[in-house]
Design a protein around this ligand. Structure first.
Ligand code: KMH
Ligand code: ZN
Length: 401
């Protein structure tokens, strides 16, 4: 979450000789940015507890216009870490004339700071919904050669789903494989795997319509015939590593139509900012309907990178042209999976983890299936003061039909 203030320093703000503005004035602006962040997050002004770093980098004079950015970096049970930057964007030019002014290009950074604010738990008025954890337990790309912990058979997939549910997962994002590991979207295989999951646990099963690179759209959509509770929709073509993940507009519209006809809840996979534009177009055509659920898949080579900045940009984009009934989650690939899950949870979103996107629990340590990754993400949720959604709570939050 970010806020931006712009303010002109007047002669009232000048404190020292030569019209120089004191540093405390800039800190007051950081305080105002912090207050707005807390009001947006908690519905409360909170308190500024401590700065851990402050740098004054350039002088500020009466007549300067400052632009101040405040950014929420992380959220604990009551603590909120923030960082701030103030830039000079306009300045008076008394050396030219009484009224001369100019745009400062590029803006000059005059101060930076970071610090911690606190909103006591009993003052946090805005609800922070439970976290929906999705486990992507199979995928199409991960191989047994990469990790011996990848489930392939119905028995292995059912058991893995059960372990993930126990660790905190409410949703299983499902792909299917032949016994030799070859990816398949066969209706019969999905039926077998869903039955194995259903026999063991009450999780929401979300079938993939992405399948594997190179499959036709009809092939990819076979699991929809089984009427799963949820299914993914991939809304645009893109490079996918060295491959091409083809999602032609006409095909995407057809997939969206099939999902709607069957009253399945769609999870909209967005690998880049422009994919939100593709989703808006589907919404405008009535091919998607609220409530909408977005999965921001970050770090696929060919899509947007796995950075907090990219994630926040995509979250901010949801404010424009999408209905209020919406939820978002983040799935980042490789070593970014756990840190991005943590960041998403702190920002109020949901998260997907699992062997489809990442096989390591720690650097060089293979995760023994997806459940340990779910457990790690559940720990992030608890540390951020959020509960973990059971499948039934997730059904409510996602508005499953
Ligand atoms: N296997 C990727 C090419 C989805 O499940 O909808 C696509 C994918 C997306 O996994
Ligand atoms: Zn997938």
């Amino acid at each position: 979450m970010r806020v931006r203030l712009r303010l002109r320093m007047s002669s009232h703000d000048a404190h020292y000789g030569g019209g120089l503005v004191d540093g405390a004035r800039v800190l007051a602006l950081f305080g105002d940015a912090a207050t707005e962040l807390l009001a947006r997050l908690d519905g409360d002004e909170g308190l500024f507890r401590a700065y851990d770093a402050i740098e004054f980098l350039a002088p500020v004079f009466a007549g300067d216009t400052l632009e101040v950015d405040g950014e929420l970096v992380s959220i604990g049970k009551s603590s909120r870490k923030m960082r701030f930057e103030a830039r000079k964007v306009l300045r008076a030019r008394p050396d030219v004339s009484d009224t001369a002014a100019e745009v400062v290009t590029p803006p000059v950074v005059v101060a930076r700071a970071s610090g911690t604010c606190v909103t006591p738990a009993d003052k946090q008025r805005l609800p922070r919904p439970p976290v929906i954890l999705t486990a992507a337990i199979v995928g199409a790309e991960t191989t047994r050669a990469q990790t011996p912990h990848l489930p392939l058979t119905a028995e292995e997939i059912g058991e893995e789903a059960r372990r993930c549910r126990e660790a905190g997962a409410a949703v299983i994002h499902l792909h299917a494989r032949e016994p030799d590991g070859t990816p398949t979207q066969s209706r019969a295989r999905f039926a077998e795997f869903i039955e194995a999951i259903r026999a063991r646990t009450d999780v929401i099963v979300q079938t993939s319509t992405g399948g594997a690179i190179g499959m036709s759209i009809e092939e990819r959509c076979q699991p929809l015939e089984l009427g799963p509770e949820m299914a993914t929709i991939n809304v645009a073509s893109m490079n996918f590593g060295d491959d091409l993940f083809v999602n032609k507009r006409s095909d995407v519209e057809q997939v969206a139509g099939w999902i709607r006809e069957r009253r399945i809840s769609a999870e909209i996979e967005c690998y880049d900012l422009g994919h939100l534009d593709a989703a808006r177009a589907l919404l405008a055509k009535g091919l998607l309907a609220p409530p909408l659920h977005f999965q921001f898949v970050l770090g696929v080579p060919g899509g947007v990178g796995a950075t907090p900045r990219a994630m926040e940009l995509m979250v901010a984009e949801l404010e424009h042209g999408f209905p209020a009934e919406r939820t978002w989650a983040v799935a980042a690939v490789g070593r970014h999976q756990l840190p991005m899950a943590e960041h998403a949870i702190r920002l109020g979103g949901h998260a997907r983890v699992g062997l489809e996107d990442n096989i390591y629990l720690d650097k060089g340590v293979l995760s023994q299936g997806s459940a340990p990754l779910v457990e790690r993400a559940a720990g992030f949720a608890r540390a951020a003061g959020r509960e973990i959604a059971t499948p039934d709570v997730a059904r409510k939050l996602l508005g499953l039909r």
